[in-house]
Design a protein around this ligand. Structure first.
Ligand code: PLP
Length: 399
């Protein structure tokens, strides 16, 4: 008898979490691993946010469930923050607080898709998108754009992928895994195309504040105001405020979708951890000073890692202007002997496995993002770790 469902059997495990957990397990067994795998800021959550949580945990009123879509004060603060950062108004009733941005991604497809509906996913993509689509019975449709296009999809390639089953498209800028910040024209064109063809837009804005070299996040709801009636904005505190473990994210959507998200959440998780929501109020309504400090540190690492990667023979890494990832082309290294044992990797997946086993450097293979031949390096780690990891990789490749 088939013990597990087809649904779960057809879902791939999260490759990014897999690399990270293997690296953590190696570390736990005493191996000195340098981890470029996790998309997790290495900073501590800023003190005022921690203080808000510490205060909240003393108050028994916060030991209770919160309303399913979130604390009213937090939904209001998220609406205010959206006006501040994205430049347009949303009603707090449109905000649903979720257990991280990831739950908002999952919920979006559960709410919008029927069996066989298609979702256009600009590729390279964040690893969870296609799996969340499949879990909702949908069909992921990849539209690839490589380094030659700055990893930005053309509207022609998107239109070529459209069928009568196309229900939604994902926009993720600044982008994971490429670090690309899409041009305003690209974002605008997608918004206008979506309106013309009655297609939902799911805009994942979790890296909104992490921009470098003067790049700016284009908010599709601001660039194309008419799209707001068919727009789901996804966001969260994990990356901006160094709060990955607090598990607070949100969706902003038209009223009918927000109600549906709340209905789904009512059966799935009831609500997000009360104390975490109190901390998130402080995070989203506080100043962005700490965020800018972290961004300055990321910027230095970004420059260091791009220079170090391009200094390795056979590695080609375009300069990203957003998020905290460098996405390097390593196709020239495939089929060549690596390290003291002369190990040969034929795919980026084999390369990542060999580099982790033999050089103790963890990076996520492009296969996890629909882009074989690349490796993703998260530079959300300490400067000395970054330098040591790059030294090891260079020695491994050029041995
Ligand atoms: N969206 C993107 C593009 C991400 O990279 C991540 C985390 O890696 C998330 C959403 C979800 O983050 P969280 O669930 O920690 O809020």
């Amino acid at each position: 008898w088939q013990r597990l469902s087809d649904r779960i059997n057809h879902v791939a495990p999260s490759a990014t979490l897999a690399v990270d957990s293997k690296a953590k397990a190696m570390k736990a067994s005493g191996i000195d691993v340098i981890g470029f795998g996790a998309g997790e800021p290495n900073f501590a959550t800023p003190a005022p946010i921690v203080a808000a949580a510490a205060e909240a945990v003393q108050d028994p009123k916060n030991y209770r469930y919160t309303p399913t879509p979130g604390l009213p004060e937090l939904r209001e603060a998220i609406a205010a923050k959206t006006l501040r950062d994205s430049g347009y108004e949303v009603d707090p009733s449109q905000v649903v607080v979720t257990n991280g941005g990831k739950q908002a991604v999952y919920a979006s497809f559960q709410i919008l898709l029927d069996e066989g509906d298609e979702v256009i996913i600009p590729t390279p993509y964040w690893t969870s998108y296609p799996e969340a689509v499949k879990l909702a019975g949908g069909k992921p449709v990849e539209v690839f754009a490589g380094a030659d296009r700055g990893f930005e999809p053309s509207i022609e390639s998107i239109e070529a992928a459209r069928t009568e089953r196309t229900k939604a498209i994902i926009v993720n800028t600044p982008n994971n895994p490429t670090g690309a910040v899409w041009k305003p024209e690209t974002v605008k064109a997608i918004g206008e195309w979506a309106i013309e063809h009655h297609i939902w837009v799911i805009s994942d804005e979790i890296y909104e504040h992490l921009n470098y070299d003067g790049a700016k996040t284009t908010y599709i709801g601001a660039a194309v105001p008419e799209v707001r009636d068919q727009l789901l904005v996804l966001n969260g505190v994990a990356k901006t405020y160094a709060m990955p473990g607090w598990r607070v994210g949100w969706m902003i959507a038209p009223a009918e979708v927000a109600k549906a998200a709340s209905k789904l959440q009512g059966h799935m998780t009831s609500n997000v951890n009360n104390i975490s929501q109190r901390a998130a109020i402080q995070a989203v309504s506080g100043p962005l000073d700490a965020v800018y400090e972290m961004r300055a540190a990321f910027d230095k690492r970004r420059q260091a890692i791009v220079a170090a990667l391009n200094d390795i023979e056979g590695v080609n890494c375009p300069t990203p202007t957003g998020a905290f990832y460098a996405f390097a082309d390593i196709t020239a290294l495939l089929g060549k002997p690596l390290g003291p044992n002369g190990t040969v990797a034929h795919t980026s997946s084999e390369f990542a496995a060999a580099m982790l086993d033999e050089a103790h450097v963890a990076a996520v293979p492009g296969e996890a993002f629909g882009a074989p031949g690349y490796l993703r390096f998260s530079y959300a780690l300490a400067d000395d770790q970054l330098a040591e990891g790059m030294r090891r990789m260079k020695a491994y490749v050029e041995a």
